[in-house]
Design a protein around this ligand. Sequence first.
Ligand code: FAD
Length: 813
Amino acid sequence: MSVPSTARVVIIGGGVVGVSTLYHLAKNGWSDCVLLEKNELTAGSTWHAAGNCPTFSASYGVMNIQRYSLELYRGLADEVDYPLNYHVSGSLRLAHTQERMREFEYVAGMGRHMGVDMEMCTPQQMQERYPFLEIHDLEGGLWDPLDGDIDPAQVTQALAKGARSHGGKILRFTPATGVSRENGEWIVHTEKGDIRCEYVVNAAGYYAERVGEWFLPFGGRKVPLAVMSHQYFLTEPVPEVAAWSEKHGRKLPLLRDVDTSYYLRQETTGFNLGPYERNCQSAWTRADDPMPDDFSFQLYPDDLDRLEWYIEDAMARVPLLGTQGVSRNINGPIPYAPDGLPMIGPMPGVPNAFEAHTFTFGIAQGGGAGKVAAEWIMHGCTEWDMWAVDPRRYTDYTDKQYCIDKAMEVYGHEYAMHFPHHSWPAGRDRKLSPNHAKIVELGGQMGAFNGWERANWFAQEGDDTSEAATQTWSRSGPWQPRIKEECEAVRDGVGVLDLCGFSRFSLTGEGAAEWLRGKIAGGLPKAGRMNLGYFPDHRGRVLTEMSLIRHGEDDFTLITAAVAQWHDRDLLKSDLPEGLTLTDRTTEMTTLIVAGPKSRELFQGLTDADLSLGWLTHQQTTVAGKPAMLVRVSFTGELGWEVHAAVDDIPAIYAAILEAGAKPFGMFALNALRIEKGYRTWKGDLSTDYSLFESGLGRFVKLDKPQDFPGKQPLMIEKQQGSAKGFVTLVVDAGDHDAPYMSSLLKDGEIVGEITSCDWGYRVNACIALGVVRKGLDEPGTELELEVYGQKHKAVVQADQPLWDPENERLRA
Ligand SMILES: Cc1cc2nc3c(=O)[nH]c(=O)nc-3n(C[C@H](O)[C@H](O)[C@H](O)COP(=O)(O)OP(=O)(O)OC[C@H]3O[C@@H](n4cnc5c(N)ncnc54)[C@H](O)[C@@H]3O)c2cc1C
């Protein structure tokens, strides 16, 4: 097939993900799309994958992608008339501990929320499903009826057939060699000719970093990934397995011993064992071992020694495994992002370029990934919020060493539990506050936020600060009394929090105000004041929230969450008119939160500022002799100010504030304080899963303002017809656990909503959840049930006002 001179979309990479993206585009009517594959389809990681297809994930978004993939695969053979070896064998995950059982309960709950029925099992029930299993040391397990394995090459070819039948073009043995840009269009170069296109997709698997480099001149960044060597081996046939299969007419369920860290499944009549070993190996990371230009259909040499411990453990768990020898080992490249999740979405900094790469479970995720990538390209948004896999979640701190360190950590802990009070230790200290040493000296237990180190809580002498202490889902632990003290200090006295890394942009130029009015749903503050601005997408759903600080008619500082830095930069830059200037000042300035009823008194000794200026005002002044902007606002819900100052000046200010008696508090306390006020967090409570009205942000929507803004029409219709869902604050009769993200809300046993955040409020002394429920059930006093790790707890809808200081008297004081 010759290379066409134009196409609407060019996809670089013909693994399962690139092909699935083409399939979804073509099926949705975008037939003028081309996929370039340098070798044969599947030549990268896809051909040698084991093909396991779980639904299970600790991330709701990723689990939803997998759920969708499996649904697609179940009907694909018939849809495209291409036979597929797909075995839906079900799987058992083994739990060695009670904490693991809780994780399973949580994921089973997320499964029910998305219509997947997983079952908790006793050890005996597991043995009934899998008679060759040793169960004496197990707590129980989880049965996923939809798990199984698919032939990775076949599923790719089936998707390719489907894509072609809808007009998609696949050019094999046609490497892309570079990109350039002309008149707002991309030109993708190949040895056989150039293709001019509107959109380009990097789906190059473990070559994604190489392909990503072509986009550096157009605003791109180095793709944050590291390649790991991943192995599985196959055994000779096992007669007992053959007999069981023969008798039952199906395969044995897939086993995942997640606490030991391997999977074991039936392959024909033998076994396939695949460990994720702690002593893992990255590949192509040294100068003397560069990634070859072409590794198509190749493997690394066998390295079974690395797996020895896991093999022995698996043989003790399923003794049949030890009865036969190894027939074949597969050791192949697998790309890892620093959090182990893929990158699907807009390419940071680059217009009309998208990414769908760095998949560690690309076979299980390929179907859903194609849907999500195609939606980004076709509509500029996705059906479900996909922040978990959005490439913009990483910014400039992810150099190669960071990627390697994190990939090694994630791979070695592939099945680890992600506890709420735990911070993973690899790749730390990338971005430090100038107060970092002082904060650590004060006992700060640090967490990373967009690479910035902030204190989560402050330990005192004798507190257990070990990593082991954080291996719990429980609310209580060494941190709990300290969080309580920190919250009480803010309630009764004054506290200080170093909030380094707050994303900060300055927006100036004639017409800046008018342009912003066309972006947000609400109004702008007057000069000298600040307010919150909500940016809807064209459906009226919440894209982002920014603090808008207005200095003059067309002069603004825009402040957003640390992790939103590149998301919001790209949002603001996407159609910035000529004459307006947007500058990222995140590393120039930094922020302290000073809050509590005694904060005015504290500042009186440190500044000549007018401390009587009201809530939501700001002023340029000096604090401790250093220039600073004081903003009268506090996410804690107490009287307070944010101090914004140059990075070089902040140590003196922080020292003076501590000296004046403020107690340092951390992010855990801040979360507890904000939830009592019903303040939302971005990508927790606020996401593109909900409209502004559904997020309870009606007071920030001005439908009668003259300016048009994205989503105005749909929001007007929603206003007239009523929202399907309502945002609620609930007080929960909780036990020892706060509910994790996306725990289900039920009424009479039926799922009617979900919670978006939950924490203990130390001022109101209650467990508080924020969430979204079916309309009608959002009336104050409505009694619902909240499922927390499988246990149902009463949760009562509260009045639509903050639980703490409902009239905002304290923060206006
Ligand atoms: C041993 C092993 C076992 C695995 N088991 C499983 C499993 O059980 N379940 C599961 O879900 N996942 C598994 N995986 C992971 C899975 O293989 C990958 O996640 C998946 O194949 C990724 O698909 P992809 O399309 O993103 O990338 P790839 O399959 O690597 O495809 C990328 C393609 O891009 C092409 N390309 C690169 N550069 C260019 C260019 N310049 N021009 C044109 N084409 C280019 C390459 O040739 C390649 O074909 C396993 C991986 C390994 C190593």
